[in-house]
Design a protein around this ligand. Structure first.
Ligand code: 26W
Length: 811
């Protein structure tokens, strides 16, 4: 079934009816919308499964290389719309659903978001699955089937609280259990080493076993042969019930043991850019890598036989350090279970793995306490020690006496196991996620390694699934694009560049502005329905949507809003462009500072509302529970995209690309992928402000003095004063202290140093919006036209060509 487009409306209807009667025992008339939603998903799932089987046959016959993408997070969002769009079945399904008195939109609304990720890293993994399929690459993603995804955010009196995200009741229909792929993962216990005539014999005993059960999710690409598979592991207690304990009447202990195993796949850690060495997280990581590698090895043996061929047949990708235990785990499997020597195993390992770094923030670099690893994973601990011993020995020979230099690269030091160093040592390629970030890692955290292995380091700038973020979420814009440049951009995003030809076409610019207005009205309706907030679609929509974090500087945004508020308090009749500042962000549950920022923004919003005259011109909206689905309506409605991280801190950013592709104009620092955005779109079409990464470095090395900024700038003083006096009856002195006297250093992300420049640039961008709508539209058009390079299709091709050495399968 290579062309699913040939499936007719009648066939679809029969498929749905069949599912309703078989799985729910109801006729179409009796079926609830939830049952119809599930029946529809099952029908799409069947189409995908069949398509995957066809592709699998080709994969098997061609015996090509495959890529395995290991990641603790896949932030998928909804799947129904994406699959129906990619399969080209929109028409057939729409028509078939008339028979059930429903529209496709009704059904899309039934689907919960699969929020199995925190932010950018997880969403990137999801975008990559789409691009891998579209590029006809044989690919498999591996992750954990968390019962609960990222928490649901509820804001009560300005304070974020977290509720469990129960996604499985509506999400599970996408998953196909693969009992045939189950395996076991071992924890704890002891290891014995014996020298025998044939070499070292390792015995592992006293362990606890957990079963890993596979659940597959099919992810379609656009007009292609391939289907990507995402295999999610669920932890299950192996001996379902300890009958001995049970018959002894120890019912509770019996249940507790079951829970101990199953808790491994219960919940996604709501942590990003801040790492905590929790035993459960270590177990999750090892559970993921052990199950996945056993699966890869079994597959390989089944298809090709000798494991010595693994590097030719498999590229295994470690997405950030979270799956880095894959390196010692593959060593273990090769040596202990398949009889390889250390050297042969190490050769295979280092030619199979590649690693992407997603952050340079010190607090995000994972290290594990050595004794925790020794206890939970005794055999892995031994292997880690041996990797470290051999590596440090080599370094001693090359750099005699350079103790500090060598120690900075060691895997184990001071009782800590450093996962980033392990990842670099065990991989043949290491990449950053934007040009700037890839340079920074060579100069900073990985400088020693870069000196030894310069050829190991490379860059792949992130990209986005443009079919989801443009084609599906902005059909109005696509209609205009189709009229101007045809629809070739759907499969080849670089063709968006042809849109530039229309930059002076007044009728196109006018249509573009009208489309933006339509999307703004749609978002205003959505926000009203969801949160009861009223937004004026004629105001400029200025949006910052990303995880709440100090380095992303939502605080800087808030400070500028406060300064505007001050201006309007002084003169409520002041003639300024009406503006709506929209925020969407979750804070990690234990991150109090980020929660204070949320409260500041929410209370500021409330305070402004008390002055109706000011509120007409200045509106602040905090959207609760920002997730993928919300992003899909928010991003196309955005006029101004806020990308204002402290330069050097944001590895890439990907929302910046989504906003750009939907015609928003960026206000941003020269950080992450903003740098490349400004290069491709040109200085005149982006609003860059603030310190550059090297200036930030220099200022730090000289000693950054926050109070100097305060003393020199009356506007900053006014803003701080207002925060202190408070909003909505509450003073924000903790935040002013953070900015002025915070320990160990005041204003660590330099909001005050960049304030002036941000404030003036804000004024410029808003003046442009107020004064020259045609020029605004032209800049917007130029952003869309230049955005093609940020398609995930391009990123994946670069990974395939330069890192995985993977070829697309032509059928
Ligand atoms: C151990 C806790 C933890 C969890 C997640 C530490 C770090 C992470 C991720 C690296 C956080 C993340 O999502 N990073 C983002 O990755 C995106 C995709 O490459 C980039 O675009 C963002 O700049 C980066 O912040």
């Amino acid at each position: 079934m290579s062309s699913t487009k040939s499936i007719t409306e009648k066939e679809v209807q029969t498929l749905i009816q069949g599912k309703l009667s078989r799985y729910f025992g109801v006729s179409p008339k009796e079926a609830s919308i939830d049952q119809i939603y599930k029946a529809v998903v099952m029908s799409v799932r069947d189409i995908l499964l069949e398509k995957r089987q066809q592709f699998h046959k080709v994969m098997k016959s061609k015996k090509g290389k495959r890529v395995y993408y290991l990641c603790m997070e896949f932030l998928l969002g909804r799947s129904l719309k994406n699959n129906i769009y990619n399969l080209g079945l929109g028409d057939a399904y729409s028509k078939a659903l008339k028979y059930f008195n429903l529209t496709l939109e009704d059904l899309y609304e039934q689907e919960p978001d699969a929020g199995l990720g925190n932010g950018g890293l997880g969403r990137l993994a999801a975008c990559f699955m789409d691009a891998l399929a579209t590029g006809n690459y044989p690919a498999m993603g591996y992750s954990i089937r968390y019962d609960y995804g990222l928490f649901k955010q509820k804001i009560v009196d300005g304070w974020q609280t977290e509720l469990p995200d129960i996604w499985l009741p509506g999400g599970e229909v996408w998953l196909t259990q693969r009992s045939d792929k189950s395996c076991t993962v071992k924890f704890d216990g002891w290891v014995k080493e014996d020298w025998t005539e044939t070499g070292l014999k390792v015995t592992y005993g006293g362990y606890k076993e957990v079963e890993a059960v596979a659940y597959d999710m099919m992810i379609s690409g656009k007009d292609c042969e391939a289907v990507s598979v995402l295999r999610l592991w669920r932890a299950r207690n192996i001996s379902h019930f300890d009958m001995k304990l049970f018959s002894q009447g120890d019912y509770l202990r019996c249940m507790q043991e079951e829970n101990e195993a199953e808790v491994i796949s219960k919940v996604l850690y709501p942590a990003d850019d801040h790492y905590e060495g929790k035993s459960l997280r270590l177990k999750q990581q090892y559970f993921l890598v052990s199950a996945s590698l056993q699966n890869i090895i079994n597959d390989h043996k089944h298809r090709y036989g000798p494991l010595s061929l693994l590097p030719q047949q498999a590229a295994i990708h470690i997405n950030d350090t979270h799956p880095a235990l894959a390196i010692p785990e593959l060593m273990r499997l090769l040596m202990d279970e398949n009889g390889f020597t250390w050297d042969d195993a190490w050769n295979i390992v280092t030619s199979t793995f590649a690693y992407t770094n997603h952050t340079v923030m010190a607090e995000a670099l994972e290290t594990w306490q050595e004794d925790l690893i020794a206890r939970r994973l005794p055999r892995i601990h031994m292997i880690l020690k041996e990797i470290n011993r051999r590596f440090c020995n080599d370094l001693w020979a090359r750099f005699p006496g350079q103790h500090q230099f060598i120690d900075s690269m060691a895997v184990i030091s001071n009782g800590q196991v450093r996962m980033a160093n392990l990842s670099v040592i065990g991989s043949h390629k290491v990449n950053g996620v934007s040009a700037l970030h890839s340079e920074i890692i060579k100069k900073s955290i990985f400088n020693g390694f870069y000196q030894i292995w310069p050829e190991k380091f490379t860059n792949v700038t992130n990209g986005i699934a443009h079919r989801r973020w443009l084609c599906q979420s902005n059909p109005e814009l696509c209609e205009l694009l189709n009229d101007c440049i045809g629809d070739g951009y759907v499969k080849d995003a670089q063709q968006l560049s042809q849109f530039k030809k229309f930059e002076d076409d007044q009728s196109v610019l006018k249509r573009l502005a009208e489309i933006k207005h339509t999307k703004k009205k749609q978002f205003a309706d959505y926000a009203y329905k969801k949160e009861g907030v009223v937004i004026d679609p004629d105001s400029v929509f200025d949006v910052q949507a990303k995880r709440m974090h100090e380095y992303k500087r939502q605080l800087l945004n808030a400070m500028n809003i406060i300064s505007l508020y001050a201006e309007l308090l002084d003169d409520p009749n002041k003639n300024i462009q009406p503006q709506t500042f929209i925020f969407g962000a979750k804070a990690a549950s234990g991150y109090l500072r980020a929660k204070q920022f949320i409260k500041l923004i929410c209370f500021l919003a409330e305070d402004i509302k008390k002055h109706p005259k000011i509120h007409e011109k200045l509106n602040v909206v905090y959207m609760e529970n920002y997730n993928v689905t919300m992003a899909e309506t928010m991003i196309p409605a955005t006029d101004v995209s806020e990308q204002i991280s402290l330069a050097g801190k944001e590895a890439s950013g990907t929302s910046n690309m989504k906003f750009m592709m939907n015609g928003a104009i960026t206000i941003g620092t020269l950080d992450g992928a903003n740098v490349e955005m400004s290069e491709v779109v040109g200085q005149d079409n982006i609003f860059i402000f603030g310190l550059r990464a090297e200036e930030v470095e220099e200022m730090w090395s000289k000693g950054y003095n926050a109070s100097l900024q305060y003393n020199q700038n009356p506007l900053i003083r006014r803003v701080i004063e207002m925060m202190l006096r408070g909003f909505n009856g509450e003073s924000f002195s903790e935040i002013t202290n953070y900015l002025l006297t915070g320990a160990p250093v005041a204003d660590p992300y330099m909001c005050m140093a960049d304030f002036e420049s941000y404030h003036t640039t804000q004024k410029k961008i808003k003046d442009l919006y107020a004064e020259d709508k045609m020029r605004w539209s032209k800049i917007s058009l130029n952003n869309i036209a230049a955005s093609g390079i940020f398609s995930a299709d391009r990123s994946i091709k670069e990974y395939a060509d330069n890192i995985w050495h993977l070829k697309a399968l032509k059928v």
